[in-house]
Structures are given as C-alpha cells and as structure tokens.
Design a protein around this ligand. Structure first.
Ligand SMILES: Nc1ncnc2c1ncn2[C@@H]1O[C@H](COP(=O)(O)OP(=O)(O)OP(=O)(O)O)[C@@H](O)[C@H]1O
Length: 299
C-alpha cells in the first residue's frame, strides 16, 4: 500500500562494535496506515522497543530508511522534523512514570495544547481539556483537578492517551501500554486504543509480548525474533494458523513479560522450547541475507 503515514524500509539498528555488537533490529520493513494497527510482538529482547524508538526518531537507524508520507525523514528540514515529532506520539508502559506527581491532570493536558495548538486560546484550552478527557471516557469534573497519585493505573493510562491525542497525532506508538496495569482494566484500555484508532483515523503501532491481545486492536501482526520479523500476516491468520514455530511458541507462552519461556510456569516442556528455538534460529539463518520481498514470500 502506498498511502502509508510512516514506513520503515529495510531498517537495521546495531549497538556496540566488533565482537560486542548487538543487532537489535535487522532488515525491518513495515508501514503504518490511517485507521489501522500493526501489532509488533515478541519476547523481551527481540527488538520491539528498538523499532519503536526508531519510529519515534529517538534512535537513528544504522542503515535503511524511514519514510514519512513517502518522503525520507533523513532529508527533512527542521520544520518537517518538528511536524513529524508532533505527528508521531508515544504511550509508554508505565503510566505513572510519565506523569509529573507535582501537577494536576488539567496541567498535563494544557501544556501540549499551549505548545502545539496555536489555534486555541484562553477558555478554549480548558474546553479542549474537558473534551480530551471525555474522549478517553474520563469524567472531566472528577479527573481534571486531581493529581496523578489520586488516580488508578488504568485512569492514568487514559490520561496519557488523552495527552498524546492533544497534539492531534497521525500515529500512536504504544509500547506495552497495559503490561503494568491490573488485569481487570487492561481490556478497557485496549478497547479505548482501538476506538481512538477508528474514530480519529490513527495509525497505531501496538507493541506487546502478549500476542493474544493483538486481537483487540490490530488488523495485522508482525512477529519479531532476535531482531527480525519472522512472520507477518492478518491478526486472525497469524493467531489461528501460525506458520512459524516461534509464533506457536509465543501463542503457548504465559502472558507475563517476566516469565521466560524456559520457566516452568510456561506451558511448553523445556525440550519442546529448545527444539522450537533451534528451528527458529535455523529458519532465521536462511533469511538473514534475503531481501524483504523474498522473505515475505517465504513466510
Ligand atoms: N541502547 C542500547 N544499547 C545496547 N544494547 C541495546 C540498547 N537498546 C537495546 N539493546 C539491545 O537490543 C536488543 C533488543 O532490545 P529491545 O529493547 O529492542 O527489545 P524488546 O523486544 O523491546 O524487549 P523489551 O520488551 O524487554 O523492551 C536487546 O539485546 C537489548 O539488550
């Protein structure tokens, strides 16, 4: 599809040098489209956050290109970079760390409006704060005057979503947005992200170790293993008919980022895990040098 808002084209990111080099992302290609979500799934260390940080321009790729509306970001001037930064907003894992305990929720939402929305002034700012809170299904009268510690984790994450929406982004990058929340409120936050995607025509990059949750937000899934995308497809196809052994491993693993697959709490036996890892690594060796198009055909 050529109407991508944001596209990573054969992007690679390495850290360190020589024998200590870590290939965190290798030949990664994906694009984000208005009103659609891509779930990037994989275990801890597979390279998901590195991809998110490249999409945010916090990390520059070692090689490859990032395109914003078809134009390479590297060639952008400072005004275009500023527009890009506004256009691509991030929601982090820890809903508390990203809010300042000394300020009210209203303050957190007024700030981006004052900085990035010259079209609204004075009383309009407070009206927009109310609108934003309503949009994320929070009661403005109750929530606007509160401090972050007075809200639940789920409410705080909704405030973070409202803050990201304040600058009218085109893309939201949500890195494990529910993994630090109570299980009981996770689905509500995922449903909210899904509604925002549809209502505001946002492109969404949803990053998770828990492949099953992709069903609630994402049209497509890309599965990452050791810095590479090893399987890609529609969410229903990947979950119902996973082709790659590593995807099967993810589907059978417990949804807890702190539990490694070798952990006895994971449902697979250690010998099964070892076998799948070996086959994943072998499959990966075969595709390392392949062009993305060729790789897509292989999976
Ligand atoms: N700034 C950095 N310097 C050196 N190595 C890094 C850096 N950032 C990430 N890495 C390494 O790159 C690899 C991929 O890490 P990344 O954080 O992208 O994975 P992840 O799938 O997002 O994992 P997690 O869910 O734990 O964040 C890991 O081996 C990690 O140690």
């Amino acid at each position: 599809m050529s109407d991508a808002i944001l596209a990573l084209e054969t992007v690679t990111k390495s850290f360190g040098h020589g024998s200590a080099v870590v290939h965190a992302a290798r030949a990664i290609s994906f694009s984000l489209h208005a009103g659609r979500a891509l779930a990037l799934v994989g275990e801890s260390g597979s390279g998901k956050t590195t991809c998110a940080r490249m999409a945010m321009r916090e990390y520059l790729p070692t090689s490859g290109r990032i395109l914003y509306k078809g134009r390479p970001v590297e060639a952008a001037n400072s005004a275009e970079i500023a527009r890009y930064r506004r256009s691509v907003q991030m929601i982090f894992q820890d809903p508390f760390a990203s809010l300042n305990p000394a300020h009210t929720i209203a303050h957190h939402l007024r700030r981006p409006l004052k900085l990035h929305r010259p079209d609204i002034k004075g009383a309009e700012i407070d009206a927009t704060v109310r609108e934003l809170l309503q949009r994320v299904r929070l009661d403005p009268d109750l929530v606007a005057p509160r401090y972050p510690h007075e809200l639940s984790g789920g409410q705080r994450q909704r405030v973070n979503i409202a803050r990201a929406l304040a600058v009218r982004p085109e893309v939201i990058v949500a890195d494990e947005p529910t993994s630090m929340l109570d299980v009981s409120v996770r689905l509500g936050v995922l449903n909210l992200l899904n509604e925002m995607k549809q209502e505001m025509n946002l492109g969404l990059l949803y990053i998770t170790h828990d492949i099953a949750t992709a069903r609630y937000v994402a049209e497509d899934i890309a599965v990452m293993y050791a810095g590479q995308i090893v399987e890609w497809g529609s969410t229903a196809r990947v979950i119902d008919n996973p082709l790659h052994p590593y995807t099967r491993l993810l589907l059978s693993a417990v949804p807890d980022p702190d539990v490694r697959f070798e952990d006895p709490k994971a449902r697979l036996r250690p010998d099964e895990v070892e076998d799948i890892r070996r086959r994943s690594a072998a499959a990966q060796d075969n595709i390392v040098e392949a062009e993305p198009e060729h790789f897509m055909r292989m999976i």
